[in-house]
Design a protein around this ligand. Structure first.
Ligand code: HEM
Length: 350
């Protein structure tokens, strides 16, 4: 997790009070080039060289705190979350893609939207979605089994395809992977653009018709179209399925009784589609990558899956096929892959 600006508070006891060390980089542009050119590699080396609490100099006077200890993450995201906000540069940049959805909003808007959507994430509701997730995984396995032996596949693309199917079927009861290639390409362009804007000090304003701005504009329009079609199709349906999209359409704030504007609805749907598939797709791809780097763990996982004690089907009470629990993944690739996922928070909301 990355938090920014000044030194994090020691309230709550989890954070060490001593000054946190870390790379300072160039006197003017600090570590920005490393962050932009090789984010995961830089974070990994920084963690290896400096440990779980690191201060990274971004530009003069601005520091990122790179926290990978579970106590620190609990401190910032759970126990003391009111002391930390997502930094403005992060929210503003994310908003180019997802507007004012839950992910990029703060304060009253965030609280209202959060209250509206909370029921869709209740345990009982999530349990009903589990068969859809299993079905998507089954389809993926069948597709892989049908492929020619030895065929080289891009696992990141495969995982994004799988998680796009899971996200669209569980959140909106619609499989949008028919357009997966164009959608994925649009996401690729959009994320490259957001990374560029977050990691570059001097950049052209967004309104200037540079090739980069124009490419992002095309990607954003395509993703907006995908989402608007989902919403339009649902509005025309008489029997609405019991899913997040129906809930968003019907949602009214408990206190004010006001529903969402069309713009807000579009932002939330795009937020959920984005947050719901990009994160899980990347996490799975990293997990495969790390399993490939650690053949012994990979073999142990395969043995566990094939063992006579393995469960025939996962369900929401026991999401793993493995018995007793995904031992190998718990001890090996999953914690490693969780380490490379950054979350951004700032203690002053700048
Ligand atoms: C490996 C999987 C995932 C990872 C690593 C991940 C990571 C994160 C992180 C770091 C944040 C920001 C936390 C903060 O600073 O406040 C976040 C927020 C969020 N995530 Fe995820 N996420 C994952 C899966 C998902 C999925 C599957 C969905 C949707 C179905 C989702 C929807 C959201 C939303 C809506 C927010 C904003 C929540 C709020 O501010 O109230 N995420 N996620």
């Amino acid at each position: 997790m990355v938090t920014s600006e000044s030194q994090p508070t020691a309230a709550g006891g989890a954070m060490p009070r001593k000054t946190i060390a870390g790379p300072r980089g160039h006197w003017l542009w600090g570590c920005m080039p490393q962050l932009q050119n090789d984010g995961p590699g830089f974070y990994y080396r920084t963690w290896r060289d400096h440990g779980d609490y690191v201060r990274i100099r971004a530009i003069p006077g601005v520091y990122f705190y790179f926290l990978t200890h579970p106590d620190a993450i609990e401190h910032v995201l759970q126990k003391n979350h009111k002391n930390y906000r997502k930094p403005v540069f992060f929210n503003r940049t994310m908003a180019y893609l997802v507007g004012q959805g839950l992910f990029s909003s703060e304060g009253d808007l965030w609280l209202r939207q959060r209250r509206l959507m909370q029921p869709a994430f209740h345990r009982q509701h999530l349990a009903k979605l589990f068969p859809l997730m299993v079905a998507a995984a089954d389809t993926f396995v069948q597709e892989r089994e049908a492929a020619a032996p030895g065929e080289v596949v891009d696992l990141l693309d495969e995982m994004m395809h799988l998680t796009l199917r899971v996200a669209s079927t569980t959140l909106f009861s619609t499989d949008i992977t028919g357009e997966a290639d164009t959608t994925r390409e649009a996401y690729r362009t959009a994320f490259a653009y957001l990374n560029y804007r977050m990691g570059t000090l001097f950049k052209a304003p967004t309104w200037l018709p540079t090739p980069r701005n124009l490419a992002f504009g095309r990607a954003k329009r395509l993703l907006d179209r995908v989402v608007l079609e989902l919403i339009e199709a649902r509005r025309k349906t008489a029997n609405r399925p019991d899913d997040l999209l129906s809930l968003l359409l019907a949602a009214q704030d408990e206190e004010t009784g006001v529903g969402m504007s069309d713009q807000q609805l579009k932002d939330e749907v795009l937020t959920l589609l984005t947050a719901g598939h990009e994160t899980t797709g990347a996490a799975l791809a990293w997990t495969w990558y790390l399993l490939g780097q650690h053949p012994q763990v990979q073999n142990d996982v395969a043995d566990e899956v094939r063992a006579p004690t393995a469960r025939p089907r996962p369900d929401h009470r026991r999401p793993s096929l493995l018995t007793p629990g995904p031992r190998c993944l718990r001890g090996g690739a999953a914690p490693l892959s969780a380490r490379v996922w950054p979350a951004a928070r700032s203690d002053r909301g700048r």
